[in-house]
Ligand binder design. Structure first.
Ligand SMILES: NC(=O)c1ccc[n+]([C@@H]2O[C@H](COP(=O)([O-])OP(=O)(O)OC[C@H]3O[C@@H](n4cnc5c(N)ncnc54)[C@H](OP(=O)(O)O)[C@@H]3O)[C@@H](O)[C@H]2O)c1
Length: 260
């Protein structure tokens, strides 16, 4: 749908892709609702955006807060047209030594957060007869990378949840889109959970978050089932599907692990 005049909730709006998406949607005429934990960063962002952005500090891993994000949006703006589940946290570490508590936390943000907001938004979208849920996953949801398996598992679970939701909402007027970005130049890897750092023989150059934001805007307008940010991401995923053995052999040679 055309985002102009629509109420668009964006989680993880305090930095990176979410902040760029907030700017892109606000400039396209949407009434954006900005959610993340850092209230101050959201206020600063909102002050520079056109329209009447609504700032709702939220920890999406807290069920009550995630549901209240949608409820307060409905109370203040009367509807929710597009829900962008973008908030996320990374997790690095060898699976054999992964701290299960870190994985629980990653799952709470990357999987349960989108579940809570979706469960709160679907009844309102059903009443409206229209809506869209966009879940921001990652190319690693389809092909894990060594030492990023916990994060990849959280995104893979989000992918399956999104697929099931799309089938269940067929015919309801609610579109469900999965966006799979590749490496993006944000501070994401500096904020992730885990005990060290993976070393890569070749480090991919990330795309700017504004490019991912444009892909989100496109996804809102076209409502695809699945969206990628770049052709390179699409090709990488296709290679992993067509040649899984070769892909995993190459990836295992390209990565090593360094404890902090
Ligand atoms: N960067 C990449 O290479 C890349 C690639 C593929 C997919 N992605 C995905 O893109 C999304 C955005 O990542 P990014 O690159 O923009 O990273 P980022 O700059 O670190 O942004 C993450 C956002 O999520 C918010 N967040 C984290 N935990 C939260 C929680 N418990 N409740 C609410 N908000 C929370 C953060 O805000 P607060 O800290 O203020 O809460 C921040 O606004 C994530 O889902 C990530 O998995 C990123």
């Amino acid at each position: 749908m055309d985002p102009h005049g629509r109420v668009v909730i964006i989680t993880g709006a305090s930095s990176g892709i979410g902040a760029a998406a907030a700017r892109a949607f606000a400039e396209a005429g949407a009434n954006v609702v900005l959610a993340a934990r850092s209230a101050e960063k959201l206020q600063t962002l909102a002050a520079g955006l056109p329209g009447r952005p609504l700032v709702l500090p939220t920890d999406v891993s807290d069920e009550g807060q995630a549901r209240s994000l949608v409820e307060r949006t409905l109370a203040e703006r009367g509807r929710v047209d597009i829900l962008v589940n973008n908030a996320g946290v990374g997790l690095a570490g060898p699976i054999a030594a992964l701290n299960p508590r870190d994985l629980e936390q990653a799952l709470a943000v990357d999987l349960l957060g989108p579940l809570y907001t979706t469960q709160a938004a679907v009844p309102a979208m059903r009443r409206q007869g229209r809506g869209q849920i966009i879940n921001v996953s990652s190319v690693v949801g389809l092909q894990a990378l060594p030492y990023l398996g916990g994060y990849a598992a959280a995104k893979a679970a989000l992918d399956r949840l999104t697929e099931a939701l799309r089938m269940e909402l067929r015919g309801s007027g609610i579109a469900v889109t999965l966006l799979r970005p590749g490496t993006t130049s944000t501070g994401f890897s500096t904020r992730r959970l885990g005990s060290g750092k993976e070393r890569r023989r070749v480090s991919p150059r990330g795309v700017p978050p504004e490019v991912v934001a444009l892909a989100l805007l496109r996804a809102a307008r076209r409502e695809p089932r699945l969206a990628y940010v770049s052709l390179a991401d699409r090709l990488r995923v296709a290679l992993a599907i067509l040649f899984p053995g070769l892909t995993q052999w190459a990836l295992s040679r390209a990565f090593s692990w360094e404890e902090k």
